[in-house]
Design a protein around this ligand. Structure first.
Ligand code: KE4
Length: 432
């Protein structure tokens, strides 16, 4: 496959952009090789600057559930742009999108738009700390909630001890307000509450973990978190930046029938434009300035272009049968992958239209198990698939996504490409 223009573009980019990218995982650091510089996308496909076409399962990290350049979204964004791109003043487009989100997720009586998932989570945690007058946060090993300092942490030594920074530049003191425990380990959460009684402001959880790869909550796990937070007067924050409007129109909270106190959203609600949001009960949200003492602000928050694109996306998703269609073809796709890849020592963790392939002979139910999967094997597999025109998310610890534009025929072709890529990697002695 000729990638000479991507190579050239990467060399040029690295002169002015650290690592040649604006977000680390795009650099192909986890899989090696040359990151593809993308020229355009349409539907289920992206095209690199060398003209190579890829069936895209990254879909801008889950944002493009309608596929690339969805006509209705482009029309809505273009109309908004022609009326002016940003005013720094209230617009009715913010109210319209907020009403759509609140109607889909009744736990969100009110919300505030921001420009990314990071901002949404950072602000939700500040709000939870103000509401409970407590400082500590519980998160889960392998959970990613954006790059706010107090969330760039790794599990502390010993279970339920405070965390240690996982990034340079994060002071120990910031990390000490965060406790990180294994996903799906309720006993560890109980220990944290026992160790820090009355100090835990909130638990933040991805209701379906997607940043250690897709890892499903064990039966009862989320319900137990809900019970523990109610019992200890802490808040439960669902980070639905990925799952929001992915599994179904009401997100994971509707899928699992669990009502969090605060929800963080991103990706899909911007329709491919920068947007995030956090929301919950009117009582909690009324602490936010200008009503209350919790400050949070943003020049481009709720900008009319992203609002228009997000509303067009949600209106399309709200139409009858949309998720039934997406999830039915995704279920077929996942079953076919499991049928072909499990015998090759690959676990296919999936729910709805999100999936991850783990090079593991046994189930992957937490981050420690995900980390045991050999990265080199994934990298070999990744490039064999890429060479055949299948673009997976370039990391073993990421989710992949089918969109409404992935046809059954294209999914069937992807199954055979992924099977041959895995078999080739296996024949190269790369899969135990
Ligand atoms: P952003 O700040 O990237 O918009 O959102 C942060 C975030 C928060 N919560 C969850 C559950 C997330 O998955 C994310 C960001 N997701 C990653 C990919 N898993 C974004 C890709 C990247 O970092 O380049």
């Amino acid at each position: 496959m000729n990638v000479s223009r991507s190579k050239k573009a990467f060399t040029q980019a690295r002169r002015v952009l650290p690592g040649g990218v604006d977000s680390p995982v795009r650099s192909f650091k986890d899989v090696g090789g040359t990151p593809r510089f993308i020229a355009r996308g349409k539907g289920a496909y992206i095209y690199d600057v060398d003209g190579n076409r890829y069936l895209d399962f990254c879909q801008s990290w889950g944002a493009l559930i309608l596929g690339h350049a969805a006509p209705g979204v482009i029309r809505a964004a273009a109309a908004a742009m022609n009326a002016g791109t940003s005013f720094g003043a209230p617009t009715e487009s913010e109210t319209a999108l907020a009403e759509l989100i609140s109607e889909a997720m009744p736990s969100i009586q009110q919300l505030r738009f921001v420009n990314s998932g990071t901002e949404a989570v950072m602000s939700a945690i500040r709000l939870a700390r103000a509401y409970t007058r407590r400082n500590k946060i519980i998160k889960f090993d392998g959970g990613y909630h954006g790059h706010a300092d107090h969330l760039l942490v790794a599990a502390g030594s010993g279970l339920a001890n405070w965390a240690t920074p996982s990034s340079a530049g994060v002071p120990e003191s910031f990390a000490q307000e965060t406790i990180s425990v294994p996903y799906n380990d309720i006993a560890a959460v109980e220990k944290a509450f026992a160790k820090y009684p009355q100090e835990i402001a909130a638990i933040i959880v991805e209701p379906i973990a997607a940043n250690m790869g897709v890892v499903l909550p064990q039966p009862g796990f989320l319900l137990a978190l809900r019970a523990l937070t109610l019992c200890h007067q802490s808040l439960l924050i669902f980070d639905e930046v990925i799952t929001g409007f992915r599994l179904g129109y009401g997100g994971a909270q509707n899928y699992f029938k669990i009502r969090p106190d605060l929800t963080c959203l991103g990706k899909i609600i911007g329709g491919g434009f920068p947007a995030g949001a956090y929301g919950g009960s009117k009582k909690i949200m009324s602490l936010l300035a200008p009503l209350g003492p919790v400050y949070q602000a943003g020049t481009l928050s709720g900008n009319p272009v992203a609002m228009a694109a997000g509303a067009a996306t949600l209106r399309a998703l709200k139409m009858a049968g949309v998720y039934k269609k997406l999830n039915a073809k995704s279920d077929w796709f996942v079953a076919a992958l499991q049928d072909k890849l499990t015998p090759l020592g690959i676990q296919v963790n999936a729910i709805g239209s999100m999936f991850t392939l783990f090079f593991s002979p046994s189930p992957v139910e937490n981050y420690a198990q995900a980390k045991r999967c050999p990265a080199r094997k994934f990298a070999q597999f990744y490039h064999k698939a890429l060479e055949q025109g299948v673009y997976l998310s370039p990391s073993p610890f990421e989710a992949n996504f089918a969109s409404l534009e992935h046809s059954e025929k294209e999914l069937a072709k992807a199954v055979s490409i992924l099977e041959s890529a895995a078999a080739e990697a296996g024949s190269a002695g790369l899969i135990s």
